[in-house]
Design a protein around this ligand. Structure first.
Ligand SMILES: *[C@@H]1O[C@H](CO)[C@@H](O)[C@H](O)[C@H]1NC(C)=O
Ligand SMILES: *[C@@H]1O[C@H](CO)[C@@H](O)[C@H](O)[C@H]1NC(C)=O
Length: 140
């Protein structure tokens, strides 16, 4: 009798956890599909962002939402929000480890994206050596 009750409780707990897992998985799969398509169309820039998304498990939009910042936010502001969220989500403050690790991932994602942007900017501004060359058929 009580064994049956316990079994029922275990089954319903399993169902709730299972549903949450399936929802999270579907969301991740949808993100992956989206990111892959965009990367295929837009080339290396998108694939760099895509690689960061795979690495951290978060898109830039998700990272910004979690940290409550815009894409253009200063790193100092991001760090401030991160510190706050990390603290209030600490398990000693009644927070959840899951959310806390999302906060950590979000900061990582943001910083990697910013580093990538700076790298691209530096490359775009680097002097080009081929600009002074005459056209191939200039002698005609
Ligand atoms: C914990 O972090 C999430 C972001 O992952 C944030 O939305 C939430 O407000 C934080 N928890 C508390 C208690 O502030
Ligand atoms: C997010 O940031 C805005 C602007 O800084 C602030 O007004 C708002 O309270 C923040 N939301 C959370 C959940 O911290």
């Amino acid at each position: 009798m009580s064994g049956r009750l316990i079994a029922q409780i275990l089954v319903s707990v399993g169902t709730v956890v299972g549903r949450a897992f399936v929802a999270a998985y579907k969301q991740a799969a949808a993100n992956a599909a989206q990111g892959g398509g965009a990367a295929g169309r837009a080339g290396t820039k998108a694939s760099a962002a895509d690689a960061l998304t795979r690495k951290t498990g978060l898109t830039m939009d998700e990272a910004c939402q979690i940290l409550n910042v815009t894409r253009e936010a200063e790193l100092a502001e991001v760090a401030k929000h991160y510190d706050h969220l990390f603290k209030v989500n600490d398990s000693s403050a009644g927070g959840s480890f899951y959310l806390q690790s999302k906060v950590v991932r979000a900061k990582e994602r943001f910083e990697l994206e910013r580093a990538e942007q700076l790298k691209e900017k530096a490359e775009a501004e680097a002097p080009k050596n081929d600009q002074q060359q005459p056209p191939p058929n200039g002698s005609a």
